[in-house]
Design a protein around this ligand. Sequence first.
Ligand SMILES: [Zn+2]
Length: 343
Amino acid sequence: MKQTILKLARLFGLFALSRRLTRRQLRILCYHGIWIGDAPHFGDCLFMGADTFARRLDLLAREGYPLLGLDEAVDRLADGTLPDAAVVITIDDAWYGISRHMLPALVERRMPATVYVTTYYSLAQRPVLNVLLNFLVARAQALPPVDELLPAGDRKTAPMGREACATELAARVDALPTLDARWEAVRRIAQKIGADLDSIDGGRWFHLMSVDELRAARAAGIDLQLHTHTHRMHEFDQERVRGEIERNRNELARLPEVTPASLSHFCYPSGVHAPVVYPVLEEMGVRSATTTDFGLNRRGENPFALKRILDCQSMSDIELEARLSGFWSLLMELRNRIGLRSA
Ligand SMILES: [Zn+2]
């Protein structure tokens, strides 16, 4: 149904009209990783198929969307000098699959992109444990009761859904004092579930890019920017947010060609943001911050609350086109207005 409506809208020129109407607004695409594990696909918006990503890049080229680097786009959004329907590509977290599939696809097409790097797991070179736990629980044939899987602490006996189970396990594992202890706990859980942790670990399905891979990405012209050290905002505690960004910046500034001053764009971990941290960002010389709130960005937009278009594996090309063209945001605006009037 939705596909048919969108196809008709495009056929009747509504995408083209929307693109003209919203031409001054900046489109910022948001990607995460590429799924490099075994079938079936895991992680709709967290991991995308390599072929889907390449097809999206071809769509951008075919439809003639001008691609800009983030730094230039932020300046030109403020100046009002953006080319019509300009697009920025941003990629969150720096998953290992990015360096294997996304970066070559971008470099081959000479398309600019920014990767927001969270440094803790990049330096540790261990799987990102909460995401790995989600995967283990989602894939488990039969899930033993949570109290048999929990490494320590109060045991829960009430039955839980898979999602709640994964969240509970992640919280318990996270409370352990060292990464080695956390990794051992996950290993025990994987054993009980009957998952082959060695091939997941060896294949780096849930690893972030190593320092060497980040260096190679930078050398290939990929822009690396800030995403906190441990992917946390600490309930917007200003001092702790400052500490996260400082550590993140110091670690990234060790890379060749990366200076602390060049690290001036930030992405909120998990997209969560609050005005209380805007002054912290400003003091630290951060010039822009992206969220996962949907939308295009107008001139005069708060640079610390930039909206993005989150692309996911389950999204069809025409659904992405609807968002890129501005049709989707105009439709939402219209719906809100009608909603307000009838309220
Ligand atoms: Zn992230």
